[in-house]
Design a protein around this ligand. Structure first.
Ligand SMILES: *[C@@H]1O[C@H](CO)[C@@H](O)[C@H](O)[C@H]1NC(C)=O
Length: 458
């Protein structure tokens, strides 16, 4: 018996120590993969971090001296912050490590509130004195461009501040626009600009123009430096992923009005005014419910073709993804003074809601995704016939119409051509929604037993 015991004990010992060894190995691998080269602290890497930290410190010093209203918008830093709120506390307590401001990238991005920035040309010299190179990229001021003035003056859109030839602070200038949102311009390299000044393709901002809610800012200490950043950084990051902004095509719209002068009648003015306030009201209701929507059909065509509401269009058309449908939608519109006029279809098929505004109707079409197309349905009340309008897939972009920030399909031309055909640029006053659109398809009839449910007219 004692002999057997010894063998068992020995075997147990060997087993436990092997397991312990494996565990150590596993833990070590986890640790290395999580903390990466930082844990291994290669000298060159740390030196790079130190240089990054010093650049940010110099930049913030410059920003203080010139009262630049800057705040951190770097997507890598902000997502580190969302993941590691605990790390943030640590970094504020302990002696500064560069955890947030020095990322694996060679640049860091700040936003600058353009409207409260007092431009000072001495900034360039001051940057040079500190051993920094400053590149300013300008572009048209969209707040001045419109149908009446296609020229627009140039304003600073992006600042690039470089040290040691490769570390960079990218400053995105954000301007407040009339729809009460912040806008930044695209980053365009004009002739004479050094294409190697910055890793332009890798930057987070500037590939397209962008639009954001004005963020509430907080002042905090990151890696021992005082910086301002959006209070709700996860909200800012969500916005960043769908921030692309399309400017209206003012030049083409002006050309359109040359061919087809605008209707100056009081009726047309009156309709536009009512449609505008209906659009403002609908936007408020849907934004409060956090339901994304876009300009559809005639309202989208009006924006795309003439940067305005088409006065003879009779209604306002919006699109919403069916996945964003909410059961309290109808109630919310009713509370806002827009009673339901009709409801066609059901959530699973061809849903369409109409609300009655003052003389102007609000049509909401729900869009269904199906492979590489999307579609919305139509219903003829008296016959129970169903129709289907098919579009190529699209993503959503911000734009501005009637002093409002709104979404439109980014691939607007494809959307408009699908709906109105290649002759979309020619006004048509007689339009039959059941037969005119090139993308309409007959889609059977609603079964009699379902009619009361899928055809509701008030
Ligand atoms: C922050 O933004 C997220 C995402 O938009 C939102 O769900 C959350 O309620 C916001 N948090 C606060 C405190 O406002």
């Amino acid at each position: 018996m004692p002999r057997l015991n010894r063998t068992v004990v020995l075997a147990l010992l060997i087993a436990t120590s092997s397991i312990f060894l494996l565990f150590q190995l596993y833990y070590y691998r986890q640790y290395v993969s999580k903390h990466g080269p930082l844990a291994l602290s290669s000298k060159g890497y740390l030196a790079g971090k130190e240089a990054q930290w010093h650049l940010v410190k110099k930049f913030l010093g410059l920003a203080r001296k010139f009262s630049l209203p800057v705040f951190l918008v770097d997507t890598v830093t902000l997502s580190l912050l969302t993941q590691e709120a605990e790390l943030l506390k640590d970094s504020q307590l302990k002696e500064p490590h560069c955890t947030f401001l020095c990322t694996h990238r060679h640049f860091i991005t700040f936003g600058l509130l353009g409207n409260v920035w007092k431009y000072d040309a001495a900034l360039q010299d001051a940057a040079e004195e500190r051993g920094l190179e400053l590149l300013e990229l300008r572009g048209k001021d969209p707040r001045l461009v419109g149908m009446d003035d296609l020229t627009g003056s140039e304003i600073p859109l992006h600042l690039l501040i470089r040290s040691d030839g490769h570390l960079l602070v990218h400053v995105v200038v954000l301007y407040e626009r009339s729809g009460n949102y912040l806008w930044h311009g695209p980053l365009r390299l004009t002739p004479g600009i050094d294409h190697n000044f910055a890793p332009f393709r890798k930057l987070d901002f500037g590939r397209y123009a962008g639009a954001y809610d004005r963020p509430e800012l907080i002042l905090t200490t990151l890696d021992g430096l005082d910086v301002r950043l959006p209070k709700n950084f996860s909200h800012f990051l969500t916005e960043h992923s769908s921030s692309r902004f399309l400017e209206c095509r003012y030049r083409e719209a002006a050309a359109f009005y040359q061919l087809y002068p605008d209707d100056p009648s009081p009726e047309a003015m009156d309709f536009r005014m009512k449609a505008k306030s209906l659009l403002h009201l609908a936007a408020r209701v849907l934004t409060e419910l956090q339901v994304p929507f876009w300009l559809s059909s005639g309202t989208c065509l009006g924006w795309f073709r003439q940067c305005n509401i088409i006065p003879y269009s009779k209604d306002v058309d919006l699109g919403i993804w069916i996945k964003d449908y909410r059961h309290d939608l109808t109630q919310a519109f009713q509370r806002a003074g827009l009673p339901l006029k009709h409801k066609f279809g059901k959530i699973e098929d061809s849903l369409e809601l109409s609300f009655q505004g003052l003389d102007v109707k609000l049509d909401i079409f729900f869009f269904y995704e199906d492979g590489d197309i999307v579609w919305n349905g139509g219903t003829q009340a008296k016959s129970g016939k169903k129709f289907k309008y098919v579009f190529p897939r699209f993503s959503l972009c911000w734009t501005e119409l009637v002093d409002l920030r709104l979404r439109v399909p980014c691939e607007t031309l494809d959307y408009v051509v699908a709906n109105y055909g290649p002759e979309w640029n020619v006004p048509v006053k007689t339009w039959d929604w059941k037969s005119s659109p090139p993308n309409v398809q007959e889609n059977g009839v609603w079964p009699i037993r379902e009619r009361d449910d899928v055809i509701q007219v008030y």
